[in-house]
Design a protein around this ligand. Structure first.
Ligand SMILES: [Zn+2]
Ligand SMILES: [Zn+2]
Ligand SMILES: [Zn+2]
Length: 235
């Protein structure tokens, strides 16, 4: 089943391809952090709000244990690396870069560094971010939702088969436009584990139709194409 020869991209040296060492994958992430058009939206205390390539906003927290809100399990992820080498302009050999935990003296030093101007998102995007996060705070911490999907009268949720009331939180599939309870969708998504979620009906890779149950604030609607273009053809 796991035949190397069946790979769609033949690789003449597959027998000798070395496993990526931790150091290699770390430098690989540094390259990605530099090449991807990540931008800093805001910085407040130990928190850095980073605009990712898809418009999602991730929160990097420089505390004793450095963390990021993105789903990437690699530590440090490219957003953390971005904060270190782009926003704070640390040299590549700075010892803080590869540390999972920071000592109080290191934290003080990092947080006292100025923000590199060229790491910042455009003023328009930063304004948008402040508006949207202020709305989110006013709305009890929930990310404001653009046009809410409303189920049709009497429509049943394809997961639990219950009728969806007008006051219930629902999401819709961007591909087939079917509406489903947000709660039912999130349960299904969790059951997909590491695989990316698909629509329960049409099996298309899940793209929300207007309403997104994801926890990230997303600014893609305000980012013009020029801002989103990546420098290289990297994945
Ligand atoms: Zn991250
Ligand atoms: Zn349901
Ligand atoms: Zn669908």
């Amino acid at each position: 089943m796991e035949s190397v020869a069946s790979s769609s991209t033949p690789h003449p040296h597959h027998h000798h391809r070395p496993r990526l060492t931790a150091a290699q994958s770390f430098s690989d992430r540094i390259i990605r952090a530099v090449r991807h058009r990540l931008r800093l939206l805001h910085r407040s205390g130990s928190l850095f709000f980073v605009l990712g390539a898809t418009g999602n906003v991730y929160t990097v927290n420089l505390s004793a244990a450095v963390s990021c809100s993105c789903p990437d399990r690699a530590t440090p992820c490219k957003h953390i690396i971005f904060v270190f080498i782009r926003a704070l302009a640390l040299p590549l050999d700075d010892p803080c870069l590869s540390r999972r935990t920071l000592r109080p003296c290191q934290l003080r030093r990092l947080l006292s560094l100025p923000t590199a101007a060229d790491s910042l998102a455009t003023a328009t995007l930063r304004d948008r971010f402040h508006q949207i996060s202020a709305q989110a705070r006013a709305g009890g911490g929930r990310i404001p939702r653009p046009p809410t999907v409303v189920p049709e009268e009497g429509a049943a949720c394809p997961v639990c088969l219950e009728e969806m009331g007008r006051e219930e939180r629902v999401v819709s599939c961007g591909a087939c436009k079917n509406v489903i309870h947000e709660e039912c969708f999130l349960a299904w998504k969790r059951s997909c584990r590491r695989r990316s979620a698909t629509c329960v009906l049409c099996r298309a890779r899940w793209r929300s139709g207007g309403d997104d149950p994801d926890k990230y604030l997303n600014l893609s609607a305000y980012v013009n194409e020029e801002d989103m273009v990546e420098d290289g053809g990297c994945t």
